[in-house]
Design a binder for this molecule. Structure first.
Ligand SMILES: *Cc1c(COP(=O)(O)O)cnc(C)c1O
Length: 367
């Protein structure tokens, strides 16, 4: 007997209740649509719903996801202004304000909150205030920040907030969600290029589901993923959202402190306040290929959440993914130990672990 088969149907009321729980997690009173696919689905849907030929979008690029958004915006016909920020730092509200002054016709801004791929995080409250003052819509990719850092969709002026379950929530990758503010609905409804009768259509969900009173699901729900999403919301509620966030923050502080003792490695993101709580990226010096270091670390510690950076970052960056269940001092210790042993000249693993423990405890005390 498999617990995954022959399940009772997931009802429209169940689906709506899960959407409401996600809305609470996002701290929003806006409509939340749970989308039946990995988070790239609502990200692409939000962009194609809002962008159109003749529109101008400011795309803030602090990592590879921003590059992906630029591609979708261009293919939707928007004129795209890329605001590129070095991947080892963060965007600032001043840079965004300057870009909006230079391009006053901007109607849409895309921003990634935390980037698991580069290990940085952006100051969303300050950027959101600038975007709101300008009057553009703000889309936020909060896939790697939800449950790892504070996320206040409405208070920060986020019009389209996208999340997925697979990072700090420790849940399924097969469902995701987007919140849509009233302002965003108005502009999407007025956009003749917004997808209709399409898997990417937010308007279809609005018409057939949200505005229809959420009584009949327009499609069969991804039942197992919905149950898993509900279960991981239960687990966050049991731990307490502030505690879940605190655990991720402590993991990042511990990983950074440990890495700083492992010369010649250094944290890739220079400043602590720019470092994402979900993943710590590590810079390897010239002559030490991060792919080889990661492979060596995984030989010592099979299954540890360590990998080389993606694409062009692969040679010089290593990622420690301390999210979900891996946001623990034990996991950070295990990774630091494996890295110390994998370094060509070796390093003091117990010193790294001690630095991590001290930073973890300091982060917990700071609350
Ligand atoms: C993980 C992540 C996603 C989801 O994309 P996958 O590559 O499929 O995991 C989207 N945005 C950000 C910022 C992420 O970190």
């Amino acid at each position: 007997m498999s617990p995954f088969l022959d399940l009772p149907p997931l009802t429209a009321a169940d689906f709506a209740a899960i959407e409401d729980r996600v809305a609470a997690l996002l701290d929003t009173t806006a409509d939340v649509i749970v989308t039946q696919g990995e988070a790239l689905l609502p990200l692409e849907a939000a962009i194609r719903s809002a962008a159109h030929p003749g529109s101008t979008a400011l795309n803030i690029v602090t990592g590879p996801y921003g590059q992906t958004f630029g591609g979708w915006l261009r293919s939707a016909g928007a004129e795209v202004v890329d605001l590129a920020v070095p991947y080892d730092a963060a965007a600032t509200a001043d840079l965004v304000a300057e870009a909006l002054r230079a391009h006053p016709g901007t109607g849409f801004v895309s921003l990634v909150h935390a980037e698991a791929a580069t290990g940085n995080t952006n100051p969303v409250p300050a950027i959101g205030a600038v975007v709101r003052e300008h009057g553009a819509l703000l889309m936020l990719d909060a896939v790697a920040s939800v449950a790892a850092e504070p996320l206040h969709t409405d208070a920060w002026g986020v019009d389209l907030c996208v999340i997925g379950g697979q990072k700090a929530m420790g849940g399924p990758a097969g469902v995701s969600a987007v919140s849509v503010s009233e302002r965003a609905w108005q502009r999407i409804t007025a956009n003749p290029a917004a997808p209709r009768r399409s898997y990417l259509s937010l308007l279809d969900w609005k018409e057939r589901w949200t505005d229809a009173g959420r009584t009949v699901l327009p499609h069969a729900p991804a039942q197992l993923e919905m149950l898993a999403l509900d279960a991981c919301l239960d687990r966050i509620a049991a731990e307490g959202l502030p505690a879940t966030i605190g655990r991720h923050r402590a993991a990042a502080a511990a990983a950074r402190a440990g890495v700083r003792t492992l010369a010649p490695l250094t944290p890739y993101v220079h400043r602590d306040e720019h470092a994402a709580p979900v993943a710590t990226t590590v810079r390897t010096p010239d002559g030490l290929d991060a792919r080889e270091l990661a492979a060596a670390a995984l030989r010592t510690g099979p299954g540890l959440p360590v990998q080389a950076g993606g694409g062009a970052l692969a040679a010089g960056m290593l990622r420690i993914n301390h999210y979900g269940a891996a946001a623990s001092l034990g996991t950070v210790h295990a990774v630091l130990t494996a890295l110390a042993e994998a370094l060509p000249d070796g390093a003091d693993a117990s010193g790294a672990r001690a630095a991590a423990t001290a930073a973890w405890q300091a982060a917990e005390q700071a609350g």
